[in-house]
Write a protein that binds this ligand. Structure first.
Ligand code: HMG
Ligand code: MG
Length: 299
């Protein structure tokens, strides 16, 4: 097996983690938490989402969070935007980067952003163009890459089609999401094998959810395909609206622990991660599901 010397881990907990948590966190606590994350060695933190507050009430304070955090030099503070309305506010807050998102499956796309895939392309195209003319890099997420809660398996050709359309619009990086956490290592291997000579993997991140406990195994397979960008959510924060009681995103602290153990550099400080995880755990009033936090909570 081949292993890289270095991997980039992007923190999405303040967005993907908190959007799926039932408990609400005060704006000033989110700000304090993101400030703590800024001291942990990340170079990328996704801080919130400029979506409709009726759809994602947990992140309705995106503007206040973006304006309230202390920005540390060298860190990209990013936020999700679904359309021009979201981008407008994101630009007013001067976030460093924006992320657009859509699904590889028709029904998830419709349920998540109220548009068909075809209807979504022109919306995102305009967002990418406007973001670029404001000198903001754009990340593109594709959801339901390894399975859809409504349609089941998604052919990799469908993932490729959506990914190509996003790259054609001018996105700088693509994040492939296992939104409901159903990917297994063999499927990840087969999908990445299919995509390998069709996409530039230096611009592709993997976004795993740990619903079935397979996220780290899926990371190991991705590393074999020269993927070196991964998204994580501290403490395994978040959940899955389609699998009651299931854990959320791949936990950043478990990912960093594994990579550290393997001698793969991330630049992230595990002790500081656990301090920040303990902080948000206390604010949420429930134990976070990551292995690292389970060990930490016993000490
Ligand atoms: P819509 O209802 O179709 O929007 O929602 P619309 O354009 O018809 O407008 C309806 C109303 O919403 C209007 O207000 C707009 O102004 C307002 P009214 O005139 O009725 O008073 N509106 C907005 N308000 C605030 N912010 C906005 C905005 N846009 C319109 N940006 C929309 C379409 C996309 C807005 C809605 O479906 C939405 O907000 N969806 C959010 C879904 C979401 O955030 N899902 C989770 C993120 S994706 C994800 O988690 C996957 C990922 O993690 C990767 C993975 O795991 O695979 C990224
Ligand atoms: Mg996600």
């Amino acid at each position: 097996m081949k292993w890289p010397d270095k991997v980039t881990v992007k923190e999405v907990g303040p967005r993907d983690g908190l959007q799926n948590e039932k408990g609400s966190i005060a704006t000033e606590d989110k700000i304090e938490w993101i400030n703590q994350l800024s001291e942990a060695g990340y170079d990328y933190i996704e801080i919130s989402s400029f979506v409709h507050p009726k759809w994602i009430p947990q992140l309705k304070d995106a503007r206040e969070v973006a304006e309230g955090i202390t920005r540390k030099e060298g860190i990209t503070y990013a936020a999700l935007v679904p359309n021009m309305k979201g981008l407008e506010v994101a630009l007013e807050t001067n976030v460093d980067e924006v992320s657009v998102f859509m699904s590889a499956s028709e029904s998830h796309n419709k349920n998540n952003i109220n548009k068909t895939i075809e209807e979504t392309y022109p919306v995102l195209e305009e967002v990418v163009k406007e973001a670029k003319s404001n000198h903001k890099p754009v990340r593109g997420y594709v959801s339901t890459v390894f399975g859809c809660p409504y349609e089941g398996n998604i052919p990799p050709s469908q993932v490729l089609e959506v990914s190509n359309r996003l790259f054609d619009m001018g996105i700088d990086e693509l994040s492939l999401g296992d939104t409901i956490g159903v990917a297994d290592p063999k499927q990840v291997d087969q999908t990445l094998h299919y995509l390998k000579d069709k996409l530039d993997f230096s611009k592709v991140a993997m976004h795993f959810h740990n619903t079935q406990g397979m996220a780290l195994a899926n990371v190991l397979v991705s590393l074999q395909h020269d993927i070196s960008l991964f998204d994580g959510s501290l403490g395994g924060l978040g959940g899955c609206p389609y699998a009651k009681g299931a854990s959320g995103n791949l936990a950043t602290d478990d990912l960093v622990y594994m990579l550290d153990s393997m001698g793969i550099q991330t630049g992230i400080h595990q002790g500081k991660l656990l301090e920040a995880a303990s902080y948000i755990q206390e604010k949420l009033g429930k134990a976070l599901p990551s292995h690292q936090m389970q060990v930490n909570n016993r000490i």
